[in-house]
Design a protein around this ligand. Structure first.
Ligand SMILES: C[S@@+](CC[C@H](N)C(=O)[O-])C[C@H]1O[C@@H](n2cnc3c(N)ncnc32)[C@H](O)[C@@H]1O
Length: 362
């Protein structure tokens, strides 16, 4: 225990709670701005430039969590509580393994005392270790110490579907630890970074975006009958919907991947979406991943909504091509809100300079 000591987290508010907030790279200031608007004020310290910060909010944990469950942040991809912070001394992992394990045991004990959650007695426990720099050896040693500790306590170390997550962020100056259920973490992926296996013959990485949207928004694509995919080429999204048994009408002046052509459930309209007429009530799902100005895209999608049944699902990526993403999102959602109910807006892990909007046609 010589190498660590308790760090008293600075407290500027009463009540207050501390969180590690993670965004896609370059978007942490927008995550911070969203939380500042929601909570009035906050204190923030960058842990990983552009993507991870320690934030103190002027609200207790339960109140803060309730607030972003009601009003989920768009750019705060992952928000996890900090229950314990210890100053980080040099050579965290240079001593014998037992020393590190004893240290982790003491953290775990304090985390359990603080949260009422247990890591032993048959509990399925995921250990998430994150660090900013390239300290992979250190991350590995801390993970192994936790895994052997959990095993000794009679818990089951798992990667997916845990009952409890022990989350450790190894910063330059301190180590921040939290213990939570997946519901409280909002994700059982470390930092909300949902990863999928690349498949043999996969048409585009864009497919991951639609897969992540399905999980994030709790959808099931196999429940849809006929989808309109606007800006569909080369066909990653179309291929996923076809795999789920959906009929797809794909619109794009560019070429679809040859492996999709001739699919019995695919209608390919090789045209600019602005020129394609639509029949009413043809589709129960509209997806659009067009690389175009967000407002022009919104105008085009709104016209095509004539083809979607009332209550139909709409998933649209909104490109943040210009500065002021928060303003862009406000303007675009105001346009859509006249025709649809906005159910979710999120910058997914697989979104680059864009967010995904989830809506229901009015
Ligand atoms: C990012 S790609 C879509 C990738 C696709 N979701 C996938 O999974 O493979 C954007 C597509 O939008 C198409 N696009 C741009 N403007 C369009 C328009 N006016 N009408 C139809 N498609 C358009 C482009 O041709 C391009 O193929």
């Amino acid at each position: 225990m010589e190498s660590v000591q308790e760090l008293i987290l600075e407290s500027h508010y009463t009540p207050s709670s501390h969180w590690i907030v993670t965004s896609n790279h370059g978007y942490i200031s927008y995550a911070q701005e969203e939380l500042r608007r929601s909570f009035g004020q906050l204190k923030s310290r960058m842990l990983v430039p552009g993507e991870m910060a320690l934030m103190e909010l002027p609200a207790g944990s339960a109140e803060a969590m309730e607030r972003w469950q009601q009003e989920p942040p768009i750019f705060g991809r992952h928000i996890q509580p900090v229950h314990l912070a210890v100053k980080r001394a040099e050579g965290l992992t240079s001593g014998p393994a037992q020393q590190l394990e004893a240290m982790c045991a003491s953290w775990l004990e304090r985390l359990s005392a603080c949260t009422g959650l247990q890591a032993g007695g048959g509990t399925r426990v995921a250990v998430h270790i994150r660090s900013g720099g390239a300290r992979t050896e250190e991350d590995k040693a801390v993970r192994e110490a936790f895994l052997s500790l959990i095993e000794r306590l009679g818990g089951e170390a798992v990667l997916a579907e845990p009952d409890v997550i022990v989350s450790i962020v190894i910063g330059e100056e301190a180590i921040y630890a939290g213990m939570m259920t997946p519901g409280e973490a909002g994700s059982d992926w470390p930092g909300g970074a949902m990863r999928f296996q690349r498949e043999e013959g996969q048409i585009s990485r864009a497919k991951f975006k639609l897969l992540e949207a399905e999980r994030t928004f709790g959808l099931d694509y196999s429940a849809y009958r006929h989808a309109l995919d606007v800006g569909a080429a080369p066909g990653g999204w179309t291929s996923l919907l076809l795999e789920r048994g959906v009929h797809v009408t794909a619109i794009d002046p560019a070429n679809m991947h040859p492996s999709l052509l001739g699919h019995p459930r695919l209608t390919y309209v090789k045209r600019n979406a602005a020129d394609v007429p639509v029949e009413p009530n043809e589709f129960d799902l509209l997806v659009c991943d067009m690389s175009w100005s967000p407002k022009a895209t919104a105008e085009m999608v709104i016209r095509l909504l004539d083809g979607v049944i009332a209550g139909g699902t709409i998933l649209v990526t909104v490109k943040l091509m210009h500065k002021k993403p928060l303003q862009t999102i406000r303007d675009v959602t105001a346009m859509y809100a006249e025709h649809a109910q906005i159910i979710g807006a999120k910058q997914l892990f697989h979104n680059r300079d864009e967010i995904t909007l989830y809506m229901m046609k009015s």
